[in-house]
Design a protein around this ligand. Structure first.
Ligand code: SF4
Ligand code: SF4
Length: 237
């Protein structure tokens, strides 16, 4: 996908991000970050290589990285930050790379990047509609069959099950999973508006729509495939 908004220099653009400034110093390629990284255990993933590529300052290599699956494997646990002898934060560098990939629409070029659309809809939908990042009302067991029969029973008997766990599900007053007042939800929406969250949702939707057209799909089909499809090329085992 061509992008007319591409900045003159991708490395310089990354340097404007405070997370990049915080997480990127001289890397000695020791591999300590990869050794501690839980994502590297499961995915074909190596945070040392990511920092090493960024360190080249080579625009073409950085663009390939922004369009790849690689930057979406990180779980942002920040274990790497605690171990790097040069005080780098590969996890922070990856947040900056993801942000740039989203802004430029490069995320649509990779299978894992395309998952940004359903993830954005689910997470922001939960936050703006219910005031929670994850909420039972938007969790469908059919979409997560790996969670097993106990979880199936839980979703089918939600109120009963949550009451047993002491939650105040969608109730007034305090308690876990309480109903968030509309006034607070309106404040959340205002925060999204002034901090760029609303704009980010629109950008993700815009580039996803373009990619869906390129792939010959309508938006519903595209989002379903992005949510459900997972090739086996990502994994170590
Ligand atoms: S631990 Fe730090 S210095 Fe070592 S490879 Fe990772 S980022 Fe580079
Ligand atoms: S923040 Fe990402 S790169 Fe760092 S250890 Fe965690 S999963 Fe690995």
């Amino acid at each position: 996908m061509n992008n007319n908004n591409k900045p003159k220099n991708l490395f310089d653009e990354l340097c404007k991000d405070y997370r990049f400034k915080e997480g990127f110093h001289t890397c000695i390629n020791c591999g300590t970050c990869t050794a501690i990284c839980p994502a590297a255990e499961f995915y074909k993933y190596d945070p040392r290589k990511i920092v090493s590529i960024v360190q080249t300052r080579d625009d073409q290599q950085i663009e390939e990285l922004l369009k790849s699956d690689t930057i979406w494997y990180c779980g942002e646990c920040m274990s790497c930050v605690t171990r790097c002898p040069r005080k780098n934060g590969p996890g922070l560098v990856i947040i900056a790379l993801r942000d740039l990939s989203a802004r430029l629409g490069y995320f649509t070029e990779s299978e894992k990047g395309r998952q940004l659309l359903p993830l954005t809809h689910i997470m922001t939908g939960n936050i703006l509609n219910y005031g929670y990042c994850v909420h039972p009302k938007s969790f469908k067991w059919e979409d997560h069959k790996e969670s097993g029969p106990v979880w199936k029973w839980h979703t089918e008997h939600l109120e009963q099950s949550l009451a047993r766990q002491g939650a105040n599900y969608m109730g007034d007053g305090p308690g876990i999973l309480r109903k968030i007042p509309q006034e607070s939800l309106d404040e959340l929406k205002a925060i999204f508006d002034v901090t760029g969250g609303t704009e980010r949702i629109a950008i993700v939707e815009k580039y996803s729509k373009l990619k869906a057209e390129e792939m010959g799909m309508d938006m519903e089909e595209y989002e379903k495939q992005a949510f459900e499809y997972c090739s086996d090329k990502h994994f170590n085992h």
